[in-house]
Ligand binder design. Structure first.
Ligand code: HEM
Length: 126
């Protein structure tokens, strides 16, 4: 995947401290949402937050090498359990709201959405 297209998004959202706060805020929203939080019931959320921070840092063009599972493999079991577009859309919305609350401007939020959309087919095992 060509992540370099989004090279400067990591810097635009405010670097590592901003990214960590945004991801924490994002998961607070996800875990408060009964339409998606069930998927995370067996997950260790501290580990999950850390993995998402590393993944997004890499995907948004920051200085990280994400060494976790590929997105298809990481979510395959969830798709078997019903994970679908509607849940993916909800996750995007929570991330967008977290970015917005953090003051990230719309054009940069759209860049982030572009990165996230680029993994939709893998996450949903299409
Ligand atoms: C929107 C794009 C998404 C990205 C970028 C993403 C990213 C990730 C990453 C980096 C991991 C860790 C992989 C590893 O273990 O190495 C992961 C696992 C996981 N994701 Fe996602 N994810 C996305 C969408 C979703 C959605 C829509 C859901 C459910 C509503 C979800 C639920 C989970 C769960 C429950 C795990 C833990 C799986 C396990 O521990 O067995 N993810 N995801």
């Amino acid at each position: 995947m060509d992540y370099h297209k989004f090279d400067n998004v990591f810097a635009k959202i405010g670097g590592i401290n901003a990214l960590h706060e945004i991801v924490d805020r994002f998961y607070d929203k996800v875990m408060a949402d009964n339409t998606v939080n069930n998927f995370f019931k067996d997950a260790n959320m501290d580990i999950q937050r850390g993995k998402m921070k590393a993944f997004l840092m890499m995907a948004l063009g920051g200085p990280a090498k994400f060494t976790g599972k590929d997105m298809r493999q990481a979510h395959a079991r969830l798709v078997t359990n019903g994970l679908a577009d509607i849940h993916f859309d909800t996750i995007i919305l929570h991330l967008d709201n977290a970015l917005n609350e953090f003051g990230v401007v719309e054009s940069t939020r759209n860049d982030v959405r572009g990165v996230i959309e680029s993994v939709r087919a893998d996450v949903l095992n299409k």
